[in-house]
Design a protein around this ligand. Structure first.
Ligand code: C2E
Ligand code: MG
Ligand code: MG
Length: 694
């Protein structure tokens, strides 16, 4: 055949033909090779064939090369080759002409399959694919390497309202809300770097704009780089609506960081914020202040009106506190009735002012759903602390100390922490702890002090008085620990013990033929709990004691805390058939009006009025007036603290009904009290001395 004819054939051949030497360097290519590889022949010559191959196809190509060398002619393989415009899919078939002049090399026929494959995909899969894409709930997008939308699925209209055709040709970024664009850009950049998508899709969360300008839709975009895939040649993006997911996640996060009752930051979050404030303080030199707030006697609200009302009060308090704070302050609930307020930075100087705004916010009564008490007054105590601390926990510990101080010095106040408070606090805490243990270990016991009829010396009743025998054997008088029992609320349990024990002892005496009445002291805290009536009823039932044998003693201050409530409570107690005495009468309000209002039976005139009697003086005049008052109201009068015969004579003259004091007997342990009772009951024994203990 004519060389010219052959030349022409090679020149016009639509498939590329390239020749490589034994090392795989290209030494010749036909014009079709220039077209397929997108390179000038001069560039093709000298290039290593391996350089043109896609790295993933290298293994296949080397295997085929080996088989070509062995069998002289290989079987066709499909591989990707590099071109300046991207990867192309080609079919390759080689022949081994090494050692066969004049060619002496490997001959490769290369056919461009890209178009054909596109067409195949387009025709074979396109219907199924289109339907899949079209019906997917996710928006599927194909982007070019610049991030412009080549095509987009119909979900874009359903999810965001945009027309497919108006989105195509524009950057996807235009749909992303401005705040999320930096995140989107960096995700796009990562996807472009990861050319073979080895890391799987790049995922980013962005809000996508709706056509109608409504609330943007939160979406998770998964971007996968298929620029190397000749059939796709782009970035495939799937946008998944995560509105539901995000709201679930937000709810979970709220649960973890918010107090469900008030919606305020919870303990965990507030501790974090304290740490942050401390860090800022170290940098700026302004430490900020922390207010530790505890509602006063909140436990009583819960105990007497129930948790529903308690919760309602806490919610209302949270709202009032928020209203009392500045924008730069933040507030959280630690749990129970404890709140924490952070006064940031230089505002720390205003911590006291903030504390007083908080206290003031509570002054108006709270409306609650309770038939018994539709209005409540609340107050709070506040511990203030500022300065640098190692941890938020440490800081709160000192705040707690200051808070304790605020409670101990009268409540409804704010106290700034001072280091000396730590010691006092520890002592009180230890006392409370010991009292708790004492209750469990049965270290409390009762002594009894007789109350004697003044005209004939007959025994009227026994007053039960609490004592604490410490493990050391030392017996502690109530003035040293009743305040701590009150403060800690332990008085409620201890008081119940006293009631039960006093009734049981009185019953035992009665069974022994030594009938007497018994009086029991009731503390303010005990009186304010709604369980008192039940406890009294229970104690009477268990001991089968006649209700008239039981006297409850309360001070005026206890009754006057909430006189309307008190009248109702006293009525309920009276209805059980018991008697009521006002203890320490004369030291409190001594208002005639309330005496008439309360169903009281006995006035116990405080012993301070007897000091100095019977000399004439203000005390004597007062005792006179108090006895008169009792008589006028038809109440029995009992004088406390009679120590001398002179006092006795004076009181008898004034017409006082009964007396109690060391003159008759000190408080006695049960066994001694029993001897006293026996003596009093038997006139023949009356001369015998009585053992006394206190
Ligand atoms: P109170 O109810 O006024 O009890 C009378 C107190 O006066 C008793 O002190 C008693 O020992 C003391 N006393 C009696 N006669 C004389 C006297 O002639 N001279 C002097 N100087 N003192 C006399 P105590 O037992 O130390 O009790 C002190 C207070 O502790 C009681 O005052 C009462 O308010 C309270 N308390 C005692 N036991 C209980 C209790 O079981 N529950 C409650 N809530 N409070 C109690
Ligand atoms: Mg008493
Ligand atoms: Mg008294």
């Amino acid at each position: 055949m004519e060389p010219a004819w052959l030349d022409r054939l090679v020149l016009e051949l639509p498939d590329a033909v390239v020749v490589a030497d034994g090392q795989g360097n290209l030494i010749w290519g036909n014009p079709a090779a220039e077209r397929i590889f997108g390179m000038a022949n001069s560039d093709i010559v000298g290039t290593s064939a391996l350089e043109l191959l896609h790295p993933e196809d290298l293994e296949l190509a080397l295997a085929s090369l080996a088989s070509v060398r062995g069998k002289n002619i290989g079987s066709p393989i499909e591989i990707r080759v590099k071109t300046p415009t991207g990867w192309k899919l080609v079919e390759l078939i080689g022949a081994n002409l090494i050692g066969k002049p004049p060619i002496d090399g490997l001959v490769w026929c290369v056919r461009d399959l890209t178009e054909r494959r596109r067409w195949e995909v387009a025709t074979n899969d396109i219907e199924r694919f289109r339907s899949l894409v079209h019906n997917s709930a996710n928006i599927l997008l194909l982007l070019d390497r610049g991030g412009t939308v080549d095509s987009v699925s119909a979900a874009i209209t359903r999810m965001l309202g945009h027309d497919q055709s108006l989105v195509e040709g524009h950057p996807l970024e235009d749909l992303v809300v401005p705040a999320d664009r930096p995140a989107f850009q960096s995700a796009l950049a990562s996807a472009l770097e990861d050319r073979r998508a080895v890391q799987g899709p790049i995922v980013v969360e962005v809000d996508l704009r709706r056509r109608d300008g409504g609330v943007p839709v939160p979406c998770e975009l998964s971007i996968i780089n298929l620029l190397d895939d000749p059939t796709v040649n782009g970035l495939v993006v799937s946008a998944h609506n995560i509105t539901q997911l995000r709201s679930t996640r937000d709810a979970l996060e709220r649960l973890a960081t918010r107090d469900p009752l008030t919606g305020l930051p919870n303990r965990k979050l507030i501790l974090d914020r304290i740490e942050q404030m401390q860090t800022r303080g170290r940098r700026s030199g302004h430490d900020g202040a922390v207010l530790f707030i505890d509602l006063d006697r909140f436990k009583d609200v819960n105990d007497s009106l129930g948790h529903r009302v308690g919760d309602d009060v806490l919610r209302q308090v949270a709202i009032r506190f928020q209203g009392a704070l500045r924008e730069s302050d933040s507030i959280g609930r630690l749990g129970g009735d404890e709140f924490v307020v952070l006064v940031d930075g230089s505002g720390a100087r205003n911590a006291e002012a903030a504390a007083h705004r908080l206290l003031d916010s509570l002054t108006l009564p709270f409306e609650v759903h309770s038939a018994a008490r539709p209005q409540l007054t609340m107050s709070a105590s506040i511990g203030i602390v500022s300065g640098a601390y190692a941890s938020a926990e440490d800081l709160l510990m000192d705040a707690d100390v200051a808070l304790y101080e605020a409670k101990a010095t009268g409540r409804n106040r704010a106290v700034r922490f001072q280091p000396h408070m730590r010691g006092e606090f520890r002592i009180r805490i230890e006392l409370e702890r010991d009292l708790r243990l004492a209750l469990e270990a049965g270290e409390f016991f009762l002594v009894y002090q007789p109350v004697v009829q003044l005209d004939d010396g007959a025994l009227q009743s026994m007053e039960a008085l609490l004592r604490w025998r410490r493990p050391s054997g030392v017996v502690v008088a109530p003035d040293a620990f009743i305040p701590a029992l009150e403060e800690s609320g332990l008085i409620v349990e201890v008081g119940a013990f006293v009631l039960k024990e006093a009734c049981r002892q009185t019953r035992r005496w009665r069974d022994a033929g030594l009938s007497t009445s018994v009086s029991v002291n009731v503390s303010p805290r005990q009186f304010e709990t709604d369980t008192l009536v039940d406890e009294v009823r229970g104690a009477l039932r268990d001991s089968e004691l006649d209700p008239t044998s039981l006297i409850l003693e309360m001070t005026e201050t206890t009754l006057m805390r909430d006189s309307h409530e008190s009248a109702l409570r006293l009525r309920a107690l009276k209805d059980l058939g018991i008697r009521l005495a006002i203890d320490d009468f004369g030291t409190g309000y001594s208002s005639l009006a309330y005496l008439q209002q309360f169903p009281v039976d006995i006035l116990k005139i405080d012993r301070t009025f007897l000091v100095g009697a019977p000399q004439v003086g203000p005390s004597a005049a007062l005792v006179h007036a108090l006895i008169e008052l009792g008589n006028a109201l038809g109440l029995k009068t009992v004088a406390e603290g009679i120590e001398t015969v002179e006092q006795l004579v004076c009181l008898k003259r004034e017409g006082c009904d009964a007396g109690q004091g060391f003159y008759f007997s000190r408080p006695l342990e049960a066994a001694d009290a029993e001897r006293f009772l026996a003596t009093a009951a038997d006139p023949a024994l009356a001369a015998e001395p009585v053992a006394v203990t206190n």
